[in-house]
Design a protein around this ligand. Structure first.
Ligand SMILES: *Cc1c(COP(=O)(O)O)cnc(C)c1O
Length: 396
């Protein structure tokens, strides 16, 4: 059975155009970019061309782009690198309760090493309050880290407003833009972003490649020590092929963004509205419009998300509950709890994320099979039985 893939926020297949572009860097152009002979210099040139492309897409300068091994590394580096560099100035960091674990666990690490962290609440749609953000800033605050787009619920934060607040108070602004890059417009100048994390595999480039944008002049310590690569800021022989692939994927995504956003938004709305209509006691999680074009996250009362996923899998559909990184754990999603969902509803959530390969037929197929799956599970659910009994008594 062919898998119908609805988990683009977990990872995406490498695009054909990207695959073709990077192939020669595994064979003909295999040189070490640090070598002085021709073969090495060709590899070096490929990296510098890629750096220009990434900088252009983000609106930054070429010397502000640093390649890393993944989005998680970029997040770790941004937080720890700035914290170390500025610890004489202050020890306070502001972030949110709904960040990816790459940010949250790094913030917790810093708390164990003398820093204090404010975790901002979000409203029921997943948006932070700008007033609360501004109120949280103290003379000791050195960094604000707020994600551009949430990986579970797709909510987009007001980056430009956050950037303006950070600037006004002389505080650095980092954003985990792993879900946003290639999917929604971003501009580090317009949004006054000082540090931005991105990852290749969420936009059609290979896994294991990422980048950190670092505004020129930003105080930051290196994270990986060793050789002098990446202007002595990030040691390790460069992943040349994947760097080339990342740049190619970002250039393509930028070109196609407007059209693809329009296409995916139509499909997303069809899926969300269709499911809400066909499945009683269901709700959307995340902001209804300030949302990634390809993100659908819904909760279905009285059933377990994990059970839904198993039956979807049996029907050939790959979706997820919470985020890929934490699935397998039985804790309810920290993001859904931060929205104010009960444990029960948080456990009953499913995320469908759409991408380049998603077709209307695939959306129709989910609309055809999911209502039956939920109905079947509810028939076996003691919670649902209780609920039905109660409503019967009330209507008698
Ligand atoms: C996937 C993801 C990451 C981690 O990126 P990797 O390249 O898989 O390490 C970080 N933040 C967000 C929001 C993500 O979706």
């Amino acid at each position: 059975m062919k898998t119908i893939y609805f988990d683009y926020a977990a990872t995406s297949p490498v695009r054909n155009e990207v695959f073709e572009e990077i192939k020669p860097y595994f064979s003909s152009f295999f040189g070490n970019p640090s070598s002085i002979y021709q073969l090495g210099q060709e590899a070096k040139q490929a990296i510098e061309t890629a750096r220009q492309t990434v900088a252009r897409v983000l609106g930054g300068r070429t010397d502000e782009i640093f390649f890393t091994s993944c989005g998680s590394e970029s997040d770790n580096w941004a937080l720890r690198g700035v914290a170390e560099a500025l610890q004489q100035k202050g020890n306070h960091i502001i972030t949110t309760k709904i960040e990816h674990h790459a940010v949250l666990h790094t913030a917790q690490y810093l708390e164990r090493h003398g820093f204090t962290v404010t975790y901002l609440d979000v409203d029921q749609d997943g948006l932070i309050s700008l007033e609360e953000l501004e109120k949280a800033i103290t003379p000791k605050t050195i960094l604000i880290s707020v994600m551009a787009a949430n990986n579970e619920i797709g909510t987009l934060q007001p980056l430009k407003e956050i950037g303006a607040i950070a600037k006004r108070h002389g505080v650095l602004f980092h954003t985990d833009a792993v879900q946003a890059v290639g999917h929604v417009p971003l501009d580090v100048e317009e949004m006054q972003i000082d540090l931005l994390s991105l990852s290749g595999h969420k936009l059609g480039a290979p896994k294991g490649i990422g980048a950190l944008y670092i505004r020129k002049g930003t105080p930051i310590h290196p994270f990986l020590l060793g050789g002098g690569q990446e202007k002595k800021q990030r040691a390790g022989t460069e992943n040349v092929a994947s760097i080339v692939g990342l740049a190619k994927a970002m250039a393509l995504a930028a070109e196609e963004m407007e059209e693809e956003t329009a296409r995916l938004t139509v499909l997303r709305e069809k899926l969300i509205n269709g499911l809400l209509e066909k499945i009683p006691h269901s709700q959307v999680n995340g902001h209804r419009t300030k949302r990634l074009p390809g993100n659908c996250n819904l909760s279905f009362a009285f059933v377990e998300g994990e059970s839904i996923l198993m039956l979807l899998d049996a029907a050939g559909i790959a979706a997820s509950s919470g985020s890929a990184c934490t699935s397998g754990s039985l804790d309810p999603s920290h993001v859904l709890l931060a929205l104010g969902l009960s444990h029960e509803l948080a456990h009953g959530s499913v995320r469908f994320t759409l991408g380049l390969g998603t077709t209307e037929e695939e959306v129709d197929y989910v609309l055809e099979v999911l209502p039956d799956i939920v109905a079947r599970l509810r028939e076996m659910s003691p919670l649902y039985e209780d609920f039905m009994k109660k409503t019967k008594e009330e209507t008698v």
